[in-house]
Design a protein around this ligand. Structure first.
Ligand SMILES: Nc1nc2c(ncn2[C@@H]2O[C@H](COP(=O)(O)OP(=O)(O)O)[C@@H](O)[C@H]2O)c(=O)[nH]1
Ligand SMILES: [Mg+2]
Length: 442
């Protein structure tokens, strides 16, 4: 997702990077390219217009700072505007009422039921007692689908009684939740292929009768411009409180999804990037902006790591990475943690510089990467603790010993040391970025 946008923006930035000074002319040219990139990615034209205008105003009116190159400053502006477009800050569900109620809205097939299961699992893991309610009463299969997902998430589920209306079911579920001490109630509703009055009235009644504070529109990121008008209609009739983008794992251009936040003013709460229940993440505007610009998503990476692996170890590692110091012991920890994190392909999407690579290339690189990290692990294990802490000690002779000891070739030892040096270089950039808020060169 967003690969194409990333590629074209990076091309623009590349041509700016070499410029010692930005002239009005090359700013105009760069802005034109940014505009094209956004339009090609299917971002709504009005949103693009506003976006480019804001960047232009910012860039024209400002003095070039000494510490950064003009090109970097331009990129920073684009980054900031992109972040503002995606939302000023991270927003969570409205948890002020107990039980907290969420109504899932949206067209057919966008991922409401799947996301209901994902959310249920998430809240359950947070220690909440969760009830999901199958309000898609016209399709018996939909209620069964939710039943399966609820069982998978380990939460309770309530379905319609024969002849029961959606609002009656909604109110019954609410009473049931209050009576039995549920903390969270998620209503999965039915959708249509296109927006129609009956549907909107039905869900508007449901939200009103239950008093649910969270009215969340689920948007399929692959859907294109239609999602903008769908969002406007739902917002006008139900008063949306948030958005969830799904299918960000796909190849679609995704720009329409980026426009919906700007058009409705509703925050994006979560993003779904896969069919499995764990494939749901909170949405951070700044991280998404980084990712779209091809800076990767180091912070998300570290967070994902924290969920799955030893937290103390990760924290130590993170600190060392940000301090610009890293030795081969840290590198080994990193290799092992990465292994625990699951698919390399998924991880590579989050790595700096990676999003501009094609999917096939990523997959090919991923399996090669997994083989290589096994080798690297063996190599590091064959070093003495002193060598691991101070890789500069590793002379040609020592390389031979290490290769023999680990059943690898000297070339593998060299490759590892080279990669380690690159990682070290990157951590130094991270340090700069964290310390001074400056954009790393990419
Ligand atoms: N790849 C991918 N597929 C998804 C995602 N979310 C939902 N789906 C799939 O989209 C299809 C429709 O989902 P469903 O939840 O039934 O949509 P609903 O009609 O809105 O309830 C199903 O095949 C889901 O597995 C996602 O984030 N990524
Ligand atoms: Mg459904």
């Amino acid at each position: 997702m967003f690969d194409q946008l990333t590629t074209s923006l990076q091309k623009t930035f590349k041509s700016l990077r070499g410029q010692g000074k930005l002239s009005e002319e090359n700013i105009q040219e760069a802005l034109r390219e940014v505009r094209m990139a956004l339009l090609e990615a299917d971002v709504h034209f009005q949103v693009v217009k506003d976006f480019v205008k804001k960047v232009r105003e910012q860039v024209m009116g400002e003095e070039v700072l000494n510490s950064v190159s003009p090109g970097q400053q331009f990129i920073k502006r684009v980054h900031d505007e992109l972040e503002a477009l995606l939302g000023d800050r991270k927003v969570d569900f409205d948890k002020s009422a107990h039980p907290m109620m969420i109504v899932m809205l949206g067209l057919h097939g966008v991922g409401k039921t799947t996301t209901t299961g994902k959310l249920a699992r998430r809240f359950k893991n947070d220690g909440k007692k969760v009830l999901v309610v199958g309000c898609d009463i016209r399709r018996p299969a939909a209620v069964d689908q939710l039943k399966v997902l609820a069982a998978e998430a380990g939460v309770d589920m309530l379905g319609p009684n024969p002849g029961e209306s959606v609002t009656a079911l909604g109110v019954r579920a609410k009473n049931h939740a209050v009576l039995h001490g549920y903390d969270t109630v998620i209503y999965d509703t039915g959708g249509r292929l296109q927006i129609d009055d009956d549907l909107v009235r039905e869900v508007a009644d449901l939200t009103q009768m239950t008093g649910a504070r969270n009215k969340v529109l689920v948007i399929d990121a692959a859907m294109g411009q239609e999602s903008v008008s769908v969002a406007e209609t739902f917002n006008a009739r139900c008063g949306l409180t948030g958005l969830i983008l799904t299918k960000l794992d796909g190849d679609a251009r995704g720009g329409a999804a980026l426009s919906v936040r700007a058009v409705t003013g509703c925050p994006i709460l979560m993003i779904g990037a896969g069919e499995k229940q764990e494939d749901l993440q909170p949405f951070y505007p700044d991280r998404m902006a980084n990712r779209i610009l091809g800076m990767g998503d180091v912070v998300s990476l570290v967070e994902k790591a924290q969920l799955n692996v030893d937290e103390d170890e990760m924290e130590r590692l993170q600190k060392r990475m940000f301090s610009g110091k890293m030795n081969l012991e840290d590198f080994l920890v990193q290799l092992r943690q990465m292994k625990k994190l699951g698919s390399m392909t998924q991880l590579m999407d989050m790595m700096p510089g990676m999003p501009s690579v094609s999917k096939e290339q990523k997959e090919k690189a991923a399996s090669a990467g997994e083989r290589q990290s096994k080798k690297f692990e063996a190599v590091i294990l064959s070093m003495t603790p002193k060598e691991r802490r101070n890789p500069k000690l590793i002379t040609a002779k020592r390389r031979q010993r290490i290769a023999a000891g680990s059943g690898t070739r000297v070339k593998d030892v060299n490759d590892l040391l080279k990669q380690f040096q690159q990682a070290q270089k990157m951590t130094k950039k991270l340090k700069q970025f964290k310390g001074g808020g400056r954009m790393p060169r990419f």
